[in-house]
Design a protein around this ligand. Structure first.
Ligand code: SAH
Ligand code: SF4
Ligand code: F3S
Length: 476
């Protein structure tokens, strides 16, 4: 069959994409009738919550086009990698997996392979894929995830080769297309896209573009739809949620948006990520303190404890400013759990700078911390600066990890013996007759219960601390 129709009348972008979803569906239906087999797909996600949410959108489009999820990549007719390029090891993971896919494709040449997301958006990686991974059929970036059906139609029409669809800039925000949530009871919700901060180590602004906030009314309407569909917990997503609204007319702030979301009946829990310390306002702290729904957890990336390094990173805060912010947060919200991201071995980092980082970690006593070795990203300013030798970086990294782990274990005994609410997310994988819930602090608790509790918020007494999770019992 052919797939050569184009929309006749001028359509809005969502309408246009719905047209291509229908086209694709015609093709899939016909093909399934010919082969007697379902057309199966796999979407693999690498990277952060943004990508996880984008993958739900990709999956929603493929399901709407009549495709069936595959259990394993080897069985899939279409494999889509939604990639991350924040550090070199993220790239390497994808190259390794592509190598495996190339073997499957030799056995089944009609398998379609797509690569999208942040790596595709990065020019050097995109070029490498086009020239050295020529079996990749679809290559598209972060700015046109919504156009998957159209891009697939083009590839099917074309019959061979790679369809490349990379937009240099995001010219618009396209929403209102199908999305399939991974969990029925919780969801990510994009409130903004892109980043304007240009931290000197970071590739994200280059692959995600400039900051674009969605209008508050649209966000609230989407949240209401999600709640009507059974969602009790929403995670608001943005690279720097604290600067939400700065690009909108009328100057709505993130705190004001939270106040509106708080009013939605049936929405039980609100989370958000990520918060940049430089933009965290007193207004936001006040909203958190008075809220019944905002979880008592804040991810507040430190990156470095040295003011000198923070300046070179272009972070716009000092060690003292960060610590003062933590004090204000704890004064207003005493039970708040704090987590962070830290980079070790940023160009120019000395042992003294590193000691400052350890000092902040000790003083704050994070509930947990993601620690990273600095990774050179081409196109960023720090890539050209003199690098710290690898042995030094490794040694500092090991010392930091040890400290972080001991602090986290301490933090995880703070609520011992208390009753805390947990949203039950799944049956416990390891213990028969147990379920696993997420606490407001973002830690997990395992307790006796059956699968009928999944999606419910249950008060749980925390009876045992296991270092980075709890054991407990339902406390109704
Ligand atoms: N927008 C978020 C971070 C997104 S990237 C924020 O500003 O907090 C997630 C984390 O990856 C960052 O917080 C940083 O710690 C780490 N990271 C980013 N670029 C890196 C690089 N080049 N090398 C090592 N870690 C990096
Ligand atoms: Fe990267 Fe900095 Fe933007 Fe976060 S705030 S995405 S670390 S540039
Ligand atoms: Fe990675 Fe892109 Fe997120 S680079 S961390 S998937 S924004």
């Amino acid at each position: 069959m052919t797939l050569d129709r184009e929309p006749a009348a001028p359509l809005t972008e969502p309408e246009r994409q719905l047209f291509f979803i229908e086209e694709l569906k015609r093709y899939i239906t016909e093909r399934q009738a010919q082969t007697g087999q379902p057309f199966r797909f796999c979407v693999e996600t690498f990277g952060c919550q943004m990508n996880a949410r984008d993958s739900e959108k990709l999956t929603g489009i493929l399901l709407a086009a009549g495709m069936t999820p595959a259990e394993r990549e080897a069985d899939a007719d279409l494999v889509l990698y939604n990639t991350c390029t924040v550090r070199d090891n993220a790239d390497q993971r994808v190259y390794g997996r592509l190598g495996v896919l190339s073997h499957y494709k030799k056995q089944r040449p009609d398998m379609l392979i797509g690569l999208c997301g942040c790596m595709a958006q990065e020019p050097t990686a995109a070029e490498k894929i086009r020239t050295s991974y020529r079996f990749v059929d679809l290559l598209f970036g972060t700015h046109n995830v919504y156009a998957l059906a159209e891009i697939l139609c083009r590839r099917i029409r074309q019959g061979s080769g790679t369809v490349v669809s990379l937009l240099e800039q995001a010219d618009r925000i396209v929403e209102e297309l199908p999305a399939r949530r991974e969990y029925p009871f919780k969801s990510g919700l994009n409130i903004m896209y892109g980043c304007n901060n240009f931290c000197t180590y970071c590739i994200v602004p280059l692959v995600r573009g400039r900051e674009r906030s969605r209008r508050a009314g649209e966000i609230v309407a989407e949240a209401e739809r999600l709640v009507a569909d059974g969602v009790v917990e929403i995670m608001l997503l943005g690279q720097n949620v604290n600067s939400y609204g700065k690009d909108l007319e009328g100057g709505v702030t993130f705190a004001a948006l939270l106040r509106r979301l708080e009013q939605i009946p049936g929405l039980e829990r609100i989370r958000f990520m990520t918060s940049h310390p430089k933009d965290l306002s007193q207004e936001l702290i006040d909203v958190m303190a008075s809220s019944k729904k905002i979880c008592r957890h804040l991810h507040l990336p430190l990156q470095s404890g040295s003011t000198r390094i923070l300046q070179r990173m272009n972070r716009h805060y000092t060690k003292e400013g960060y610590l003062e912010l933590v004090d204000r947060l704890r004064a207003a919200v005493p039970d708040i759990a704090l987590t962070t991201d830290i980079i070790v071995g940023f160009p120019g980092e000395t042992e003294e700078d590193f000691q400052e980082t350890l000092d902040v970690v000790r003083r704050v006593g994070y509930d947990s911390a993601f620690t990273f070795q600095y990774s050179i990203r081409s196109g960023t300013p720090a890539a050209g600066w003199e690098q710290v030798p690898h042995e030094l970086v490794q040694d500092r990294f090991d010392r930091l990890l040890e400290l972080v782990q001991s602090m986290a274990a301490k933090a995880c005994s703070r609520d011992l013996g208390q009753v805390r609410e947990a949203l039950v997310e799944s049956a416990d994988e390891k213990r028969e007759g147990y379920v696993t819930g997420r606490l407001g602090s973002n830690l997990m608790v395992h307790f006796p219960g059956d699968a009928s509790r999944i999606g419910q918020i249950v008060p749980v007494r925390l009876t045992q601390s296991k270092g980075f999770y709890y054991m407990g019992e339902a406390a109704e």
